[in-house]
Design a binder for this molecule. Structure first.
Ligand code: BDR
Ligand code: CA
Length: 333
C-alpha cells in the first residue's frame, strides 16, 4: 500500500494553510513538557481555533498537570479559553505517572509562574461534551495528548457527541514498539481500557504515535532558533527542552528529546506535516508482556476494516517551522 497524505477527516471546515478556516479543537492533555508545546502550537498556529483545554492525570497527578496547564496559559497569554480538570485516575487501573521524564512537578525545569488564568469549575469531561454539543456538528476535532480517560468517559456519558465530533487525532501508541515497555507507549499503557473505547467508537480516529513523534527531535539548532526569538514564551520553551532533553538522554539514550504532543496538533493544522496510512488498530488489554500495545494492521488481515488512520512519517522541517512560528506569534501578543 502506498503511503499518502490523506485529507483531513470528514465534516465541514477547510484545512489551513491555504486560506480557509482554522480547525476547531479541544486539547485534552497532561502537561508535561511536550504537552506545553502542544498548547503553544494550538494557541499560536493560524490553522487552529482552540476551544478548550481539558486535563487528565497522566504525566503527573491531576492537580499538578492542571496547575501546569494554567501556568502555560499564563506564560502564553491564553485567555478566554476554558481550562478544566478532568479524570484523576484511569478507568480501571491505578494511576501511573511519568516522573522519570517530566519530574516531580510534571513540568520540572522552568520556573513556573503562579497561574493567573482561572480554572473552569466544570469537570473536564462536561466541558468536552458541552463544547461538542454547542458547536456545529462535524466541526470539533478532539486532540488528546495524554491517557484517553476523559475522551472515553465523554463517549460513554454522551454517546450523542460521537457522531458530532469531526475526528479524534491523538498522540499515543505506535506500530514499531513502545517507550515504557517493549510493546507499549505511555499514553496507551496508562489507560488501555479507555484507549479501547476510543479506538472502538464510530468516530474517525487518527493515531500519531512514536513512529512519527520520534522524528520530532528538538536538536540544538532548533533550541537555538527558539532562543533567538528572545521572548518570555521562547525562554520558557528553551527551559522545557533543556530539562526534557536531559531526562530523555538519561532514561532512553536520546541525543535530543522527541517532542511528541504537538505533532498531533500540527497534523490538524496542516495535513502535509504527517504522512498517514489506513489501518486497523486494536488495543492489547490482557497481554502478559504486551498490555497497552497498539496492534496495527495495515493489511486488513482477517477482513478487518481499515477504519483508522496511522501516522507513518513526519515532515520535520515543516513541523518545526510551524512550531517556531507559533511561539513567535504568541510572543507578539
Ligand atoms: C507521551 O507520554 C507523555 O510522557 C508525553 O507527554 C507524551 O504525551 C509520549 O509517550
Ligand atoms: Ca502528554
Amino acid at each position: 500500500m502506498t503511503d499518502t497524505h490523506l485529507p483531513g477527516g470528514p465534516g465541514p471546515g477547510g484545512d489551513t494553510p491555504g486560506g480557509s478556516s482554522p480547525r476547531s479543537i479541544i486539547l485534552d492533555c497532561d502537561p508535561g513538557h511536550d504537552d506545553a508545546f502542544a498548547i503553544m502550537l494550538a494557541h499560536g498556529s493560524p490553522g487552529i481555533d482552540l476551544k478548550a483545554i481539558t486535563t487528565v492525570a497522566g504525566n503527573q497527578t491531576l492537580e499538578k498537570v492542571t496547575r501546569n496547564a494554567r501556568a502555560v496559559a499564563t506564560i502564553c497569554g491564553i485567555t478566554g479559553v476554558p481550562i478544566a480538570a478532568g479524570a484523576a485516575a484511569p478507568l480501571v487501573r491505578p494511576l501511573r505517572v511519568a516522573a522519570d521524564i517530566h519530574g516531580a512537578s510534571g513540568m520540572d525545569g522552568p520556573v513556573l509562574p503562579a497561574p493567573t488564568v482561572p480554572l473552569d469549575p466544570r469537570h473536564g469531561v462536561d466541558v468536552i461534551i458541552e463544547t461538542v454539543r454547542s458547536q456545529p456538528a462535524g466541526s470539533i476535532t478532539l486532540v488528546p495528548t495524554g491517557p484517553l480517560t476523559n475522551i472515553a468517559l465523554a463517549a460513554r456519558l454522551a454517546p450523542d457527541i460521537v457522531g458530532r465530533v469531526r475526528e479524534v487525532v491523538l498522540m499515543g501508541g505506535g506500530y514499531g514498539g513502545g517507550n515504557v515497555t517493549a510493546a507499549a507507549e505511555f499514553n496507551i499503557l496508562a489507560d488501555p481500557e479507555a484507549a479501547h473505547i476510543v479506538f472502538g467508537s464510530p468516530w474517525p480516529v487518527t493515531m500519531v504515535g512514536l513512529d512519527v513523534t520520534h522524528q520530532a527531535l528538538a536538536t540544538p539548532d532548533i533550541a537555538s532558533r527558539i532562543a533567538d526569538l528572545g521572548t518570555a514564551p521562547a525562554a520558557f520553551a528553551v527551559d522545557l527542552l533543556e530539562f526534557f532533553g536531559r531526562m530523555y538522554s538519561a532514561t532512553q539514550g536520546f541525543a535530543a528529546p522527541p517532542v511528541h504532543d504537538p505533532c498531533a496538533v500540527a497534523l490538524v493544522a496542516d495535513p502535509a506535516v504527517v504522512t498517514l496510512r489506513p489501518a486497523h488498530v486494536e488495543i492489547e488489554r490482557t497481554g502478559t508482556h504486551t498490555t497497552g500495545m497498539t496492534v496495527t494492521d495495515f493489511a486488513g488481515r482477517g477482513a478487518v476494516a481499515l477504519d483508522h488512520r496511522v501516522g507513518v512519517g513526519l515532515n520535520r522541517d515543516l513541523f518545526w517551522d510551524m512550531m517556531i512560528a507559533a511561539i513567535a506569534a504568541i510572543s507578539a501578543c
